[in-house]
Design a protein around this ligand. Structure first.
Ligand SMILES: Nc1nc2c(ncn2[C@@H]2O[C@H](COP(=O)(O)OP(=O)(O)OP(=O)(O)O)[C@@H](O)[C@H]2O)c(=O)[nH]1
Length: 415
């Protein structure tokens, strides 16, 4: 549960976008559908009018208190003076200036206008039982117009037109004309999204034959280095021995960054002089991994998509060379995608599928983006396994992909 909370908090930007959108859509009901509000019996009312006012209390209490008449007169005078003083005083906060602002401060300002007046909604039974028929749950009839609005909401969360259409069409099946609350819509939406994602939620497979070679590809800045560091750390924690090869030999900064991650994870990082052949480094890394009896070899690669032909050739050469040591290598080609690029991630999968043999995905930066829906589009379009998701910059911010948890977090659903 704590884990879900964490993911939900991390995906706040995506979920809050859908959350707010759904509230607006349901609140946007055609007046002809009224009454679109169901009243639900709730826990005993907040005793707004059950709290006796101070004056009543004082009057009730007076007879029980024996006092000297002179003392009582002095006290009465003091009380009157105090009351007059109170009425004159400007009362620090504007709280009591209007009945609206006199609501208890625990109700957030945004909710104050909508806070139902308890008096009119109280039924006879409610009064007798001291209960209120609150809160009111808004509902809206699921029709074509609402479906279109839901579609637009999902497209705005970067789910893409095709996937948004599929999700809403399945949500509508057998439910057109039914009145739905925000929570019911979220549940339907979340279940539908989870259903699409279920088949692709697969952790990185581990093979008996070692070293298992994992080639990590993706455009610059997508989070390859960080993901390699996080993966190395997790495998180390699981008792596996890991070697990293800093295959982006053109960028000194990339190599240095990988060395830092290697230190954090306690894993050796093989480097080569700037500008040297990454294929030759990959070969050396294979030799070292075999000699060390390593379980895993993680190879970082360059991500300069601007020159697709060169990158394709570079990756092909790395593969050719490591196959001299193991004809089945690389055993996995992980494509790292940055969630903040939204629909661009679709194009990146297409390109990397052309230039390498992508076997699975890691999506990074799902924290702090409102574009998390792109992962649903990727699952729907390509069906490639999603091995993990990145939800932060720290070493333990790489999580296994859980479709239902992700779908709940994306839609802001509290179960
Ligand atoms: N918020 C967040 N930031 C991340 C995540 N993964 C990576 N980053 C950040 O994204 C930036 C780029 O990450 P890198 O790992 O350097 O990306 P790269 O693909 O190796 O990029 P190059 O080194 O340029 O090839 C860094 O500032 C990371 O800290 C994540 O899951 N969440």
């Amino acid at each position: 549960m704590a884990f879900f909370k964490k993911l939900k908090d991390r995906l706040f930007n995506s979920s809050s976008k859908i959350d707010e959108g759904l509230e607006a859509i349901v609140g946007d009901a055609d007046p002809s559908q009224q009454p679109a509000v169901d009243k639900v019996m709730e826990a005993p009312a907040q005793a707004v009018d059950a709290v006796p006012d101070a004056k009543t209390l004082t009057e009730r209490e007076q007879p029980t208190i024996e006092t000297d008449p002179a003392e009582a007169e002095t006290a009465a005078r003091a009380e009157t003076a105090a009351r007059e003083e109170e009425q004159r005083a400007p009362r620090g906060a504007p709280i009591a200036e209007s009945p609206q602002t006199a609501l208890p401060p625990v109700i957030p300002a945004s909710d104050r206008e909508q806070a139902p007046d308890p008096a009119p909604t109280r039924g006879i039974l409610g009064r007798l039982l001291g209960r209120d028929e609150t809160p009111e749950i808004a509902r809206r009839v699921l029709d074509d117009e609402m479906l279109e609005q839901l579609e637009e909401l999902l497209i705005a969360a970067d789910m893409g037109v095709d996937t948004a259409l599929r999700v809403t069409a399945n949500m509508a099946e057998g439910r057109l004309g039914k009145k739905l609350s925000v929570h019911e819509i979220k549940t339907l939406m979340s279940d539908e999204i989870a259903r699409i994602m279920e088949p692709v939620a697969k952790p990185l497979p581990l093979y008996k034959k070692t070293p298992q070679v994992v080639l990590v590809v993706g455009v610059n800045g997508s989070g390859k280095t960080t993901t390699i560091g996080k993966l190395a750390s997790q495998f180390r924690a699981a008792g596996k021995s890991v070697v990293i090869a800093a295959g982006d030999t053109f960028r000194a900064a990339a190599v240095e960054q990988l060395q830092v991650w290697g230190e954090r994870a306690g894993v050796p990082v093989l480097t080569a002089p700037q500008g040297s052949d990454p294929a030759s480094l990959a070969y050396d890394a294979m030799v070292k991994a075999e000699a060390d009896g390593a379980d895993l070899l993680l190879i970082d690669t360059a991500g300069r998509l601007q020159n697709r032909g060169d990158l394709m050739e570079e990756l092909a050469k790395i593969v050719r060379v490591i196959r001299k040591k193991d004809p089945d290598a690389p055993h996995n080609t992980l494509l790292v995608l940055d969630a903040t690029t939204g629909q661009n991630a679709i194009g990146q999968v297409k390109v990397f599928q052309e230039i390498s043999d992508v076997s699975g995905l890691v999506m990074t930066k799902l924290d702090g983006t409102a574009k998390g829906g792109v992962l649903v589009a990727l699952a729907d379009k390509f069906g490639l396994p999603i091995h993990a998701i990145g939800v932060g910059e720290q070493i333990d911010d790489l999580q296994a992909f859980d479709p239902q948890e992700f779908a709940d977090a994306l839609t802001g659903l509290e179960r």
